[in-house]
Design a protein around this ligand. Sequence first.
Ligand SMILES: CC(C)(COP(=O)(O)OP(=O)(O)OC[C@H]1O[C@@H](n2cnc3c(N)ncnc32)[C@H](O)[C@@H]1OP(=O)(O)O)[C@@H](O)C(=O)NCCC(=O)NCCS
Length: 185
Amino acid sequence: MLPIIQTKRLILRTIQLSDAADMYEYAKTPDVGPVAGWEPHPDLNHTLMIINMFKMSAAKTGLGVFAIVLKENKKMIGTIELFNHYQHFKAELGYALNKDYWGNGYVTEAAKGVLKWAFEDLALKRVEVNLFVDNYRSERVCQKLGMHYEGIKKKGYMRYDGKIFDEKVYHLTDDEYFNKGGEGL
Ligand SMILES: CC(C)(COP(=O)(O)OP(=O)(O)OC[C@H]1O[C@@H](n2cnc3c(N)ncnc32)[C@H](O)[C@@H]1OP(=O)(O)O)[C@@H](O)C(=O)NCCC(=O)NCCS
């Protein structure tokens, strides 16, 4: 259902059950999931269950979750997806990366590919990112993508552990994307 998106260093393709070991490697750590709103995976079976859940929700919504795969060695190092998708209207962008690979601009590169698909193929009018106020890493990704800061949703998100967070919202519209010439984002 998802296209295969190629960027300079990455392949984005539908996540598969065979990605479970690579996903579990980072999903079990406390540094990745909780700042994105999801619980660290307690074991490999949990990761398999989550990937199955992604597949079921993809069947319903028509979109799915991309695995971020390094071209050089085919290792799966993270995920990126559009969710809360309204056809020809809008979606939210989400992403997470194995901590061993942070700081190389991989998610920014992957997100540029996904934004191109979102605006040029899915004809979305708006893509947004909602992030916890103190998640400066994710905020930097938004800024590097040329997304625009919109404001704070006070107490906008209740996490799996009951903790409530203020969220910052960043957006990009189709007009903003195309005015920038698309490829140049
Ligand atoms: C947010 C995230 C996806 C960014 O991915 P990435 O590929 O490392 O992104 P970048 O390389 O562009 O780095 C973004 C920022 O992270 C910070 N950063 C980079 N490397 C880092 C490292 N090794 N350790 C700590 N922070 C680091 C820097 O502030 C960087 O901004 P800069 O380029 O201005 O220096 C990644 O940090 C992650 O998976 N975080 C946990 C999950 C998450 O927060 N998801 C988003 C929920 S809204």
